[in-house]
Design a protein. Structure first.
Lengths: 467, 274
């Protein structure tokens, strides 16, 4: 799709300027830089191109798909990973998945979906593979100096100046490991869920799975079938939602209620009622009673966990208090003796190439303060795409975030007044939440309710376009 | 078009996804890949992919365009679907388009153009061509009622819409051929037929495709005023092929409109403003 703004790849000898610390920088004009060619990066490239921008996308791996490409070092997927939101909520809104696919596709199908997306819209030509971003620094005129080099640190660094930057480097690759007393002296095997790939790793072992997220539950279910013993430690009781209710994907049933504008309280009541009638009383199975209402923690979609608990294949246990050399002490004074401990304790976002202050994280906690989880104060040409943990699919959200950003960049020349108003809105709305009350932990930093969030995005888009 | 707002939240569509139906897609691809955009032809109500397979598919392929034709559900070789709605047809088009190797040009004929107009809001087509578009208005309905009351009236009550030879073809087309084509016509779902009149207007297109409208001033289904209106919707004027019937892809001079379409595409129309 040739267009006047398509500048092609950076020339070796462009108009040479200097960065603030005096290194040469090649000026890429109106081109926008996208960091990462995973799902969020790809949709950013596509939508920026569609709005007439030139794009340079940098990808540290040699293929697209990011976290969903199991070949990648940092990919967290394991052999059995399936989607937990059904197809209509997961696909890009303008590029549906094939309708003969199952409701909950497998991760390899998802990768092939991204491959097709990239081919369909000719995106690969804009991606620099095997290139990692070392530094991103603001330059004058709301522009950005992006320094890259070959992945692994080979070759010289080069710096290019861009009209805008999209951060789409993902937030599920840097493992979050809780600190436990005595963990160093524990003789058994310890791993983070990011290293868990295949159920063969569990076979015949006594396994403790720590963490009640979707990954933790998936691994516990696999351990129930493969391991000789499985303990599943969770901090609190959760609502284990089945993937199907009333013969339909549960999220579709849930959105039927949303479409009918049923208030949250009523939805919570209906949800509790449905679970009570279908799954039953979880405390009967030895699981702790949830200490919160549904929708107040990230939803867990797992039909099998309760089933295996009911078959005695999973023993639910409370929090781990400390490790001894062969045993693990639990908060209820019990001691168990696992050979393998898997921490499914999640991930933390990392933007090591960027000064934390740019994203409003001045205290170094690692938590960015953004508006719409995407826009930083004082940096109108910067967007973070895909930094959300919705109760639904991420990809439609990433799509609309990048559409909004592309239209914002376009508005900067066409309607500067509206772009400025957008900037003020961003500064005023930092840290806004788009979900009901959620439990406060780093697990819920980016938690959004998909309907609330997308409506907020719709409002932002309408205001920007003056509609 | 650009004044309408983009819709992000579609709770009903997410909650009630369209039921899939087996689709017939006929394809003629050029022997040598020339990097040209694939075309997806969408026939109107009653027609199947066969209508394009007669002439246009192979002609487009001979000029280097990979050409595909879809039968909407309930038509041609696709799965029967008496309860189909415009939304089901739109689903079929978007699915077929997204299944092509590259970003496609959507070409809709007759009521298929209305389906394409809906599909444009859900798939960023490279460009779109509306051939003798029946975008659905009471005016078009009135014309059809006046010209062919016997064939049109039953459709009002959920019966089959019967188009006759005089509406579809010019006199140049040999009688035998015309008879053969008319015999192959099927019918659209009755709800879809009603929705042509009562259904919601298409949402704004995504991806800013440029849109070409063409038709015949002597079309006995689509009055030329409707053609002009359709073209104005997309900020252009219609290309006219006088002396042809409604079925431009089957009529005796089928070569002229398809050549015009391909010429327009070869100029690589720039994305529409907005």
């Amino acid at each position: 799709m040739p267009s006047s703004t398509d500048l092609g790849r950076p020339d070796p000898d462009p108009t040479v300027a200097l960065t603030r610390d005096g290194r040469p920088v090649s000026d890429r004009g109106d081109t926008v830089c996208v960091i990462g060619a995973g799902a969020s990066g790809l949709t950013a490239v596509k939508n920026l191109r569609e709005h007439g921008f030139g794009v340079d996308c940098y990808e540290r791996e040699t293929g697209i798909g990011g976290a969903w490409n199991w070949r990648h070092d940092r990919s967290p997927v394991y052999a059995s990973t399936h989607l937990i939101s059904s197809r209509p909520f997961t696909q890009f809104p303008d590029f549906p998945m094939p309708d003969d696919w199952p409701d909950y596709p497998h991760h390899t199908q998802l990768l092939s979906y991204f491959e097709r997306y990239a081919d369909h819209f000719d995106l690969r030509q804009h991606v620099w593979f095997g290139t990692e971003v070392v530094r991103v620094k603001p330059a004058e005129g709301d522009r950005w100096d992006v320094t890259t080099r070959s992945t692994g640190g080979y070759g010289p660094e080069r710096t290019s100046r861009y009209a805008g930057v999209v951060l789409a480097n993902g937030h599920n690759w840097s493992p979050k490991l809780p600190r436990y007393e005595g963990l160093e002296q524990f003789r058994g095997e310890v791993m983070h869920a990011s290293s868990y790939k295949d159920p063969a790793q569990l076979r015949g072992k006594r396994v403790l799975v720590v963490g009640g997220g979707n990954t933790g539950c998936d691994i516990a279910v696999e351990a129930a079938q493969q391991a000789s013993r499985c303990w599943h430690s969770t901090r609190r009781g959760y609502w284990y939602a089945p993937k199907y209710v009333f013969g339909r994907p549960a999220d579709q049933v849930n959105d039927t209620l949303l479409a009918l504008r049923v208030p949250l309280r009523v939805r919570q009541w209906l949800y509790h009622r449905t679970l009570r009638l279908t799954v039953g009383d979880l405390t009967r199975f030895g699981l702790p009673r949830p200490d919160h209402r549904v929708y107040e923690t990230h939803p867990i979609a797992n039909s099998q966990l309760v089933y295996h608990v009911g078959h005695g294949a999973i023993t639910p246990v409370p929090d781990v208090t400390r490790f001894h050399d062969r045993t693990v002490a639990l908060s209820d004074e019990r001691e168990i003796d696992p050979e393998l401990v898997i921490f499914a304790t999640g991930y933390l976002p990392r933007f090591e190439f960027l000064d934390g202050a740019v994203l409003g994280d001045a205290d170094g906690s690692g938590r960015p303060r953004l508006w719409l989880n995407a826009f930083a104060a004082g940096h109108p040409t910067l967007a973070v795409v895909g930094l959300v943990q919705p109760d639904s699919g991420v990809f439609p959200i990433a799509h609309w975030q990048s559409v909004l950003f592309a239209r914002l960049l376009a508005a900067r020349t066409a309607r500067p007044d509206r772009a400025a108003a957008f900037g003020r809105k961003a500064a005023a709305g930092l840290g806004e939440r788009y979900s009901g009350k959620v439990k406060d932990s780093s697990r819920h930093w980016f938690e959004v309710g998909h309907a609330d969030y997308l409506r907020a995005l719709q409002r932002a888009l309408d205001e920007l376009e003056g509609k | 078009m650009s004044a309408e707002r983009v819709r992000i939240v579609r709770s009903w569509e997410w909650a009630r996804p369209e039921r899939p139906a087996r689709r017939e897609v006929l394809a003629v691809v050029p022997e040598l890949e020339e990097g040209k955009r694939p075309l997806l032809f969408v026939p109107g109500f009653g027609h199947g992919a066969w209508a394009f397979a007669e002439h246009w598919l192979s002609h487009a392929a001979s000029r280097g365009f990979p050409a595909y034709a879809l039968s909407l559900r309930g038509h041609g070789g696709s799965e029967p679907a008496p309860a189909a709605t415009l939304r089901s047809y739109t689903h079929d088009v978007v699915q077929a388009a997204a299944g092509l190797p590259r970003q496609a040009v959507l070409v809709g004929h007759g009521a298929g153009a209305r389906v394409v107009a809906h599909a444009l809001a859900r798939y960023p087509a490279r460009a779109a061509v509306l051939v003798a578009p029946v975008l659905g208005s009471w005016g078009t309905f009135g014309t059809a009622l006046r010209r062919n009351p016997v064939g049109t009236l039953p459709a009002v009550f959920g019966g089959r819409l019967r188009l006759n030879r005089r509406q579809l073809f010019s006199r140049e087309l040999p009688d035998g051929e015309a008879r053969r084509y008319v015999a192959r016509l099927g019918r659209a779902g009755r709800r879809a037929q009603w929705q042509l009149l009562t259904g919601g207007q298409p949402e704004p297109a995504v991806g800013r495709p440029s849109v070409l409208v063409l038709g015949s001033p002597d079309d006995r289904v689509v009055p030329s005023a409707a053609l002009t209106r359709a073209a104005r919707r997309y900020a252009s004027a219609p290309l006219l092929f006088p002396g042809m019937g409604h079925d431009l892809m089957l009529d005796a001079r089928w070569r002229e409109p398809i050549d015009a379409i391909l010429d327009w595409l070869e100029k690589d129309p720039a994305p529409a403003a907005g």
